[in-house]
Design a protein. Structure first.
Length: 362
């Protein structure tokens, strides 16, 4: 059994946006999203989901056009069909579309559907588009352009129409606390970071013409997403978990004190609140006290003069462990994540204390 990579492509920005929406769809908008462990970019297709064992594949082709005709949609199915007739077995064949014309669907309210929702007048046009495109491709054998095979393939195709904004995809994937939602611009900026990391995988290595004997060999070429994007999304999820302990009004008060336009800011919301917590731990004050007095700042300045940074870091690390144990059921992943920020925060507080501007931070 062998598979040769063909038809990899570079993307236009609009196409990259659509592929990122498709990525986020695979990550969190399917009932089986939790099964998908790797997301392979521009290898088998625009995007291919793969389970942890590497023996189950979700094949996805994405196109950003807003009103493609049934015939054009048929032509876009060609890379999915290429994989359908290949020696590798794909569990799902998904076409992710920016939109469709009114002539395609029986039920226009459905944005996720199979071939049974395609109008009888549209289906022949879609098949003709697929057939014509197959004939143009050197990587599809003429013997595979067969009515029976095409019919079997179409019964397996799942059509997905993009019906959400960039920000909505981000809200879903990182499970944002609905009471503490950043601005539209911030959510779009997060989307763009994911898009850029995804697009960057296309330059990881040349794969055109590569031959594989097993699907998981694709992971050897550095085009899968289980590192940078996942770490980014995981960090936002952990930050949201940390923030959920506090009432929304409490968090908003802290953020407003730091920056009245916090919703428009790209600053890390979690870090601002965490610095507030760190400061109160140092002072031994209740977290319910948001406004500190001048005496509090003077006392903190004295602490930073008398103790070394290493001693303060050790004390805060111990205090954080107790805090996580008491309020977050000893969540070690959250503890490790927040502990990684202590060193930088202590240095910032030390510099602020030396310059007598702690009030600008806490």
């Amino acid at each position: 059994m062998a598979y040769t990579v063909k038809s990899s492509e570079r993307l236009r920005p609009s196409a990259a946006d659509t592929e990122t929406k498709a990525l986020l769809y695979l990550m969190n908008f399917r009932d089986d999203s939790d099964e998908i462990f790797f997301f392979v970019v521009d290898f088998f297709n625009d995007l291919t989901g793969m389970n942890k064992m590497g023996d189950k594949l979700w094949d996805l082709q994405s196109k950003g056009d807003k009103q493609p005709s049934p015939y054009i949609i048929g032509t876009e199915l060609v890379t999915l069909y290429k994989n359908f007739v290949s020696e590798f077995e794909f569990a799902y064949y998904i076409i992710f579309l920016g939109g469709v014309s009114s002539s395609l669907r029986i039920d226009d309210t459905l944005t996720r559907f199979g071939i049974d929702n395609i109008k009888s007048t549209a289906k022949p046009k879609l098949i003709n588009g697929l057939r014509d495109e197959c004939k143009k491709k050197t990587y599809i054998d003429d013997n595979d352009i067969d009515d029976t095979k095409i019919d079997q393939f179409l019964k397996k195709v799942y059509f997905v129409i993009d019906d959400q904004s960039k920000s909505e995809y981000v809200k879903k994937i990182i499970k944002l606390n609905p009471t503490i939602i950043p601005s539209e611009d911030t959510l779009v900026a997060i989307f763009n970071e994911i898009r850029d990391a995804q697009s960057g995988k296309k330059n990881a290595s040349v794969v055109e013409g590569v031959t594989l004997v097993a699907p998981d060999e694709a992971l050897n070429y550095g085009r899968h997403l289980i590192d940078k994007i996942f770490e980014f999304i995981k960090s936002i999820g952990l930050e949201q978990k940390f923030l959920k302990l506090f009432p929304a009004g409490y968090v908003i008060n802290i953020l407003s004190k730091d920056n009245r336009n916090w919703q428009e800011s790209m600053d890390n919301i979690c870090e601002i609140v965490f610095i507030h917590v760190i400061g109160h731990i140092i002072l031994g004050k209740s977290l319910t006290v948001i406004e500190l007095e001048e005496d509090d700042y003077s006392y903190m300045q004295k602490i930073f003069k008398q103790a070394t940074l290493e001693d303060i870091k050790k004390q805060l690390t111990t205090a954080l462990e107790i805090f996580i144990k008491n309020y977050y059921e000893n969540d070690r992943e959250l503890l490790n994540y927040l502990s990684g920020a202590i060193s930088g925060i202590v240095v910032r507080l030390k510099n602020a204390a030396d310059n007598k501007v702690l009030g600008n931070i806490i």
